[in-house]
Ligand binder design. Structure first.
Ligand code: HGY
Ligand code: MN
Ligand code: MN
Length: 415
C-alpha cells in the first residue's frame, strides 16, 4: 500500500512552477511549439528521466519521450500530456500530467511493478503557433498528415522548417522519422492526468473526476473581405466595412451558442487590415472554436454560423469565407480502463464522478490508436488558460495515489 504525502504533492507543484518560468515572454508563461524555452523544459525533464534510469529521445515532431522498462516483456503502457502552453498560461495545463508521470514511474520502481512505462511529453497540443492542435500526439498515434508540414506561423516559418530549426536528436527529418515516432505496437493503454480546466469538480467539492468522453471540436479561420476607404469622406451607407461585419457575426456566434444546449463557440483571435484608425477595414480574419459532445449538433451549429456569416456579408456587400483547420470528433474513453480507474478511486476511498471533458486533450488523439483513460484534478475557481490557474496539493496527492492503484490493477489483470 502506498501513501502519497503532501510533501510529494508540493514538490510536484513546485516543479510545475519552475517549468512555467521557461517561457518566450518575461514574467508570464508562453511556450509555443518548438520555441526556445521548449529546449529548457526538455533539458530539465531529460535530467529527471535519466535520474530515474529511463532512456530518452526526442521524436520527429519534438515530443520528448522517456522509457522505463524493467523487463523486455513487461506489460507496456504510455502516460503523458503536453508541455506547450497558450499565451500567458497557467503553470499546470499539460505540464502537471508530465511531472505526475515522472513521480508515478518512481513509485512503480519502488514497488517493483512489472510494468514498462513510456512517458510522452507532447510538443504541441494547444494549436497556438500553427493554428492546428495535437501535432505531437498525431505523430505518436500515427495520425500525422505530412501536408501539415507546409503550415506557416505568424513569421512565415513552415512547420517543417520549425522542426528542422529545433535541435532535434533525430538528425534527418522525413517519412522514416515520422514513422519511427509512432507508438510502440506493444503499448496496451494510454493514461493522461490533467486539470479539469472547468468549474464542475470545484462546484461539487470533489478532488478528482473520471473522464468518460471528450467533446468534439471544430476550429476554423474566417475571412471577411470588404473594401478599404477613407474614414472621413465615405458616408456610412456607402461602406463595405469588413470589421463591422465581423463584429456583427461575432455577436451572432455568441447568441446562437447561448441558444444551444451545452454548445460552446468562441471567437478568440482577430486581425484587421490595414489596421489604421482613419481607414475603413478592408479585411478581417477571425478564429472560430465550436464544441459539443454530439458531433451532429456541432456540425449543424457550425452550418448555422457559416450561413449567418454569408448572410451578413451579402447584406453588407462583402465576402465571407471559412477554412476548417480542425474537425475533431467527440471521443469516448475506453470503458474497461475507466472501470479500473473507478475501482482505483474506490480503493483510495474517493467518490466517483464520471464527466465529459469540454477541453480538448491529446488523449482524444491517442484514443484513436489505443485504449485511453483520463483522470481530472479539480481546478480551483474553475480557472484555466489563465496565470491564476491552480491545483490543490491534496488533489495532486490523490491523483498520484489513484494513478498508482490504477497501475497496480492494470498489472494484476491486463485483460
Ligand atoms: O483548447 C483546449 O481545449 C485545450 O486546452 N487545448
Ligand atoms: Mn491541456
Ligand atoms: Mn490548454
Amino acid at each position: 500500500m502506498i501513501a502519497v504525502s503532501l510533501a510529494t504533492a508540493n514538490h510536484i507543484i513546485a516543479e510545475c512552477w519552475l517549468l512555467a518560468t521557461f517561457s518566450e515572454d518575461q514574467g508570464q508563461t508562453t511556450r509555443r511549439f518548438l520555441t526556445p524555452p521548449v529546449l529548457q523544459v526538455h533539458d530539465h525533464l531529460r535530467q529527471r528521466m535519466n535520474a530515474l534510469g529511463m532512456t530518452t529521445h526526442t521524436d520527429a515532431l519534438g515530443n520528448l519521450r522517456g522509457l522505463w522498462q524493467p523487463h523486455a516483456e513487461s506489460l507496456r503502457i504510455a502516460i503523458g500530456s503536453h508541455i506547450d502552453t497558450v499565451p500567458n498560461a497557467g503553470a499546470f495545463d499539460g505540464v502537471l500530467g508530465v511531472v505526475l508521470a515522472l513521480e508515478l514511474i518512481r513509485l512503480a520502481q519502488l514497488a517493483s511493478l512489472p510494468v514498462a512505462i513510456e512517458l510522452l511529453a507532447f510538443s504541441e497540443e494547444e494549436g497556438v503557433r500553427f493554428a492546428t492542435p495535437f501535432l505531437g500526439s498525431r505523430a505518436v498515434a500515427g495520425r500525422f498528415d505530412p501536408a501539415l508540414l507546409q503550415l506557416t506561423d505568424q513569421d512565415g516559418i513552415t512547420l517543417e522548417q520549425a522542426i528542422r530549426n529545433f535541435h532535434l536528436e533525430a538528425a534527418s527529418f522525413g517519412p522514416a522519422s515520422l514513422e519511427a515516432a509512432q507508438l510502440h505496437p506493444r503499448t496496451r493503454a494510454f493514461l493522461e492526468i490533467h486539470i479539469e480546466q472547468g468549474p464542475v469538480l470545484e462546484a461539487e467539492d470533489l478532488s478528482l473526476g473520471l473522464v468518460t468522453a471528450i467533446v468534439g471540436q471544430t476550429r476554423c479561420a474566417l475571412n471577411f473581405l470588404g473594401h478599404a476607404n477613407h474614414a472621413g469622406t465615405t458616408p456610412m451607407h456607402l461602406r463595405r466595412d469588413a470589421l463591422a461585419a465581423a463584429a456583427e457575426w461575432t455577436l451572432a456566434v455568441e447568441s446562437i451558442a447561448r441558444e444551444g444546449q451545452n454548445l460552446v463557440a468562441t471567437v478568440g483571435k482577430i486581425s484587421a487590415q490595414p489596421n489604421a484608425a482613419n481607414v475603413i477595414p478592408s479585411q478581417v480574419q477571425l478564429s472560430l472554436d465550436i464544441r459539443h459532445s454530439d458531433d451532429a449538433v456541432r456540425a449543424a451549429s457550425l452550418r448555422q454560423l457559416l450561413d449567418r456569416a454569408e448572410a451578413i456579408a451579402a447584406r453588407r456587400g462583402i465576402q465571407a469565407t471559412c477554412q476548417t483547420l480542425l474537425d475533431q470528433p467527440a471521443i469516448p474513453m475506453d470503458p474497461h480502463l475507466a472501470d479500473r480507474l473507478a475501482q482505483a478511486l474506490a480503493d483510495a476511498g474517493l467518490p466517483l464522478r464520471p464527466m465529459t471533458s469540454g477541453a480538448g486533450h491529446d488523449a482524444m488523439v491517442m484514443a484513436t490508436r489505443l485504449p485511453t483513460a483520463m483522470l481530472f484534478l479539480r481546478s480551483p475557481g474553475g480557472l484555466s488558460h489563465h496565470p491564476d490557474e491552480a491545483v490543490r496539493p491534496a488533489d495532486v496527492a490523490n491523483a498520484l495515489h489513484v494513478a498508482f492503484l490504477f497501475l497496480q490493477r492494470l498489472v494484476a489483470s491486463p485483460e
